[in-house]
Design a binder for this molecule. Structure first.
Ligand code: GAR
Length: 208
Protein backbone atom coordinates (compact mmCIF):
# COMPACT_ATOMS: atom_id res chain seq x y z
CA UNK A 1 0.00 0.00 0.00
CA UNK A 2 1.51 3.32 -1.10
CA UNK A 3 1.37 6.38 1.10
CA UNK A 4 -0.18 9.30 -0.84
CA UNK A 5 0.29 12.95 0.14
CA UNK A 6 -1.83 15.49 -1.77
CA UNK A 7 -0.78 19.13 -2.25
CA UNK A 8 -3.63 21.63 -2.71
CA UNK A 9 -4.29 25.37 -2.81
CA UNK A 10 -8.02 25.86 -3.40
CA UNK A 11 -11.40 24.21 -3.60
CA UNK A 12 -10.05 20.71 -3.74
CA UNK A 13 -12.50 19.05 -6.11
CA UNK A 14 -9.68 16.89 -7.45
CA UNK A 15 -8.78 15.94 -3.88
CA UNK A 16 -12.45 15.01 -3.38
CA UNK A 17 -12.30 12.81 -6.49
CA UNK A 18 -9.28 11.03 -5.00
CA UNK A 19 -11.02 10.55 -1.64
CA UNK A 20 -14.13 9.19 -3.41
CA UNK A 21 -11.99 6.90 -5.57
CA UNK A 22 -10.39 5.49 -2.45
CA UNK A 23 -13.84 4.83 -0.98
CA UNK A 24 -15.27 3.21 -4.09
CA UNK A 25 -12.24 1.05 -4.79
CA UNK A 26 -10.84 2.77 -7.90
CA UNK A 27 -7.77 3.48 -5.77
CA UNK A 28 -6.94 0.16 -4.13
CA UNK A 29 -3.20 0.22 -3.72
CA UNK A 30 -2.72 3.61 -2.09
CA UNK A 31 -4.01 5.59 0.86
CA UNK A 32 -4.22 9.38 1.23
CA UNK A 33 -2.54 10.00 4.55
CA UNK A 34 -1.99 13.75 4.47
CA UNK A 35 -3.19 16.87 2.64
CA UNK A 36 -0.84 19.84 2.54
CA UNK A 37 -2.11 23.27 1.52
CA UNK A 38 -0.31 26.43 0.43
CA UNK A 39 -3.32 28.37 1.67
CA UNK A 40 -4.70 28.07 5.22
CA UNK A 41 -8.25 28.90 4.13
CA UNK A 42 -8.41 26.44 1.22
CA UNK A 43 -11.69 24.50 1.26
CA UNK A 44 -9.63 21.45 0.36
CA UNK A 45 -8.44 21.35 4.00
CA UNK A 46 -12.06 21.06 5.14
CA UNK A 47 -12.57 18.14 2.76
CA UNK A 48 -9.53 16.41 4.27
CA UNK A 49 -10.69 16.99 7.86
CA UNK A 50 -14.20 15.74 7.01
CA UNK A 51 -12.57 12.50 5.96
CA UNK A 52 -10.23 12.14 8.92
CA UNK A 53 -7.11 12.91 6.87
CA UNK A 54 -4.14 14.62 8.53
CA UNK A 55 -3.52 18.20 7.26
CA UNK A 56 -0.66 20.68 7.17
CA UNK A 57 -0.16 24.19 5.77
CA UNK A 58 3.02 25.56 4.23
CA UNK A 59 3.07 29.08 2.84
CA UNK A 60 5.73 30.40 0.49
CA UNK A 61 5.42 33.87 2.06
CA UNK A 62 6.48 32.57 5.47
CA UNK A 63 9.98 31.99 4.06
CA UNK A 64 12.24 34.84 3.02
CA UNK A 65 14.33 32.72 0.68
CA UNK A 66 12.84 30.40 -1.93
CA UNK A 67 15.50 27.84 -1.12
CA UNK A 68 14.47 27.66 2.55
CA UNK A 69 10.85 27.15 1.47
CA UNK A 70 11.93 24.41 -0.94
CA UNK A 71 13.86 22.69 1.84
CA UNK A 72 10.95 22.99 4.32
CA UNK A 73 8.45 21.49 1.84
CA UNK A 74 10.86 18.66 1.04
CA UNK A 75 11.37 17.88 4.71
CA UNK A 76 7.64 18.04 5.41
CA UNK A 77 6.92 15.52 2.63
CA UNK A 78 9.72 13.24 3.84
CA UNK A 79 8.41 13.47 7.42
CA UNK A 80 4.99 12.33 6.13
CA UNK A 81 6.64 9.29 4.47
CA UNK A 82 5.16 10.12 1.06
CA UNK A 83 5.61 7.39 -1.55
CA UNK A 84 3.59 9.47 -4.01
CA UNK A 85 2.96 13.22 -4.02
CA UNK A 86 -0.08 14.40 -5.99
CA UNK A 87 -0.42 18.04 -7.03
CA UNK A 88 -4.19 18.57 -7.13
CA UNK A 89 -4.54 22.25 -7.94
CA UNK A 90 -1.33 23.26 -6.15
CA UNK A 91 -0.54 26.79 -7.28
CA UNK A 92 2.92 27.43 -5.80
CA UNK A 93 6.06 26.91 -7.90
CA UNK A 94 8.14 23.95 -6.73
CA UNK A 95 11.89 24.11 -6.24
CA UNK A 96 14.49 21.71 -7.58
CA UNK A 97 15.13 20.14 -4.17
CA UNK A 98 11.58 18.84 -3.77
CA UNK A 99 11.34 17.87 -7.44
CA UNK A 100 14.52 15.80 -7.26
CA UNK A 101 13.62 14.25 -3.88
CA UNK A 102 10.37 12.97 -5.40
CA UNK A 103 11.60 12.28 -8.95
CA UNK A 104 9.19 9.92 -10.76
CA UNK A 105 7.00 9.98 -7.63
CA UNK A 106 5.16 13.27 -8.10
CA UNK A 107 2.04 13.54 -10.31
CA UNK A 108 0.36 16.76 -11.46
CA UNK A 109 -2.99 17.36 -13.15
CA UNK A 110 -3.03 20.14 -15.73
CA UNK A 111 -6.32 21.38 -17.23
CA UNK A 112 -5.28 21.36 -20.90
CA UNK A 113 -3.83 19.07 -23.53
CA UNK A 114 -0.07 19.38 -22.91
CA UNK A 115 2.06 20.63 -24.73
CA UNK A 116 -0.62 23.24 -25.53
CA UNK A 117 -1.62 25.90 -23.01
CA UNK A 118 0.88 24.89 -20.35
CA UNK A 119 4.03 26.13 -18.65
CA UNK A 120 4.56 29.22 -16.55
CA UNK A 121 1.51 31.46 -16.22
CA UNK A 122 -0.94 28.78 -17.33
CA UNK A 123 -2.91 27.72 -14.30
CA UNK A 124 -6.56 27.51 -13.22
CA UNK A 125 -8.99 29.67 -15.19
CA UNK A 126 -6.18 31.35 -17.16
CA UNK A 127 -5.71 28.11 -19.10
CA UNK A 128 -9.33 28.05 -20.25
CA UNK A 129 -9.27 31.78 -21.09
CA UNK A 130 -6.27 31.15 -23.36
CA UNK A 131 -7.98 28.14 -24.98
CA UNK A 132 -11.08 30.21 -25.82
CA UNK A 133 -8.96 33.15 -26.97
CA UNK A 134 -7.12 30.91 -29.43
CA UNK A 135 -10.29 29.26 -30.66
CA UNK A 136 -9.07 25.67 -30.54
CA UNK A 137 -11.86 23.14 -31.00
CA UNK A 138 -10.62 20.55 -28.52
CA UNK A 139 -9.33 20.92 -25.00
CA UNK A 140 -8.92 18.54 -22.09
CA UNK A 141 -6.66 17.61 -19.24
CA UNK A 142 -3.36 15.81 -18.72
CA UNK A 143 -1.77 13.93 -15.85
CA UNK A 144 2.00 13.83 -15.86
CA UNK A 145 5.05 13.35 -13.69
CA UNK A 146 6.67 16.52 -12.40
CA UNK A 147 10.13 17.42 -13.64
CA UNK A 148 12.16 20.65 -13.58
CA UNK A 149 10.47 21.73 -16.81
CA UNK A 150 7.11 23.26 -15.86
CA UNK A 151 4.35 20.93 -17.17
CA UNK A 152 7.02 19.14 -19.24
CA UNK A 153 7.35 15.79 -17.47
CA UNK A 154 6.31 12.36 -18.80
CA UNK A 155 2.61 12.27 -19.68
CA UNK A 156 0.52 9.58 -17.99
CA UNK A 157 -3.03 10.17 -19.29
CA UNK A 158 -4.85 12.66 -21.50
CA UNK A 159 -8.47 13.02 -22.56
CA UNK A 160 -10.19 15.60 -24.73
CA UNK A 161 -13.61 17.21 -25.08
CA UNK A 162 -15.02 19.55 -27.70
CA UNK A 163 -15.07 23.27 -27.01
CA UNK A 164 -18.58 24.65 -27.53
CA UNK A 165 -19.47 27.92 -29.28
CA UNK A 166 -21.02 29.34 -26.14
CA UNK A 167 -18.38 28.15 -23.65
CA UNK A 168 -17.06 30.65 -21.11
CA UNK A 169 -13.81 29.95 -19.22
CA UNK A 170 -15.94 28.80 -16.28
CA UNK A 171 -18.22 26.41 -18.21
CA UNK A 172 -15.23 24.92 -20.00
CA UNK A 173 -13.31 24.54 -16.74
CA UNK A 174 -16.26 22.82 -15.08
CA UNK A 175 -16.85 20.40 -17.98
CA UNK A 176 -13.16 19.48 -18.13
CA UNK A 177 -13.13 18.87 -14.38
CA UNK A 178 -16.30 16.77 -14.35
CA UNK A 179 -15.72 14.79 -17.51
CA UNK A 180 -11.95 14.42 -17.38
CA UNK A 181 -9.95 15.56 -14.36
CA UNK A 182 -11.98 13.78 -11.68
CA UNK A 183 -11.64 10.56 -13.68
CA UNK A 184 -8.08 10.53 -15.02
CA UNK A 185 -6.41 11.72 -11.81
CA UNK A 186 -7.67 8.79 -9.65
CA UNK A 187 -6.91 6.30 -12.45
CA UNK A 188 -3.38 7.71 -12.86
CA UNK A 189 -2.83 7.50 -9.11
CA UNK A 190 -3.95 3.86 -9.04
CA UNK A 191 -1.71 3.05 -12.04
CA UNK A 192 1.23 4.44 -10.06
CA UNK A 193 0.24 2.71 -6.82
CA UNK A 194 -0.06 -0.64 -8.58
CA UNK A 195 3.38 -0.18 -10.23
CA UNK A 196 1.93 -0.10 -13.72
CA UNK A 197 3.78 2.97 -15.04
CA UNK A 198 7.20 2.59 -16.59
CA UNK A 199 9.16 5.73 -17.45
CA UNK A 200 11.72 5.78 -20.23
CA UNK A 201 13.08 8.68 -22.32
CA UNK A 202 10.70 11.19 -20.70
CA UNK A 203 7.74 9.05 -21.80
CA UNK A 204 5.56 6.61 -19.95
CA UNK A 205 4.50 3.12 -20.84
CA UNK A 206 1.35 1.94 -19.11
CA UNK A 207 1.51 -1.76 -18.30
CA UNK A 208 -1.67 -3.86 -18.38
C1 GAR B 1 -7.94 22.15 -11.54
O1 GAR B 1 -8.63 22.47 -12.72
C2 GAR B 1 -6.51 21.76 -11.85
O2 GAR B 1 -6.39 21.05 -13.06
C3 GAR B 1 -5.86 23.11 -11.97
O3 GAR B 1 -6.44 23.87 -10.93
C4 GAR B 1 -7.76 23.39 -10.66
C5 GAR B 1 -7.85 23.07 -9.18
O4 GAR B 1 -9.18 22.76 -8.82
N1 GAR B 1 -4.44 23.04 -11.84
C6 GAR B 1 -3.61 23.85 -12.48
O5 GAR B 1 -3.97 24.76 -13.18
C7 GAR B 1 -2.12 23.56 -12.24
N2 GAR B 1 -1.32 24.20 -13.23
P1 GAR B 1 -9.51 21.95 -7.47
O6 GAR B 1 -8.82 22.70 -6.30
O7 GAR B 1 -11.00 22.04 -7.37
O8 GAR B 1 -9.02 20.56 -7.63
Amino acid sequence: MKNIVVLVSGGGTNLQALIDAQKNGIIKNGKITCVISSNPSAYALERARNNGIDTAVIRRKDYEEFDTYDEALTNLLISKNADLVVLAGFMTILGHRVISAFKDRMINIHPALIPSFCGEGYYGLKVHEAVLEKGVKLSGATTHFVTEECDGGPIIMQKSIEVKNDDTPKTLQRRIMEEIEWKILPISVELFCSDRIKISNNKTIILD
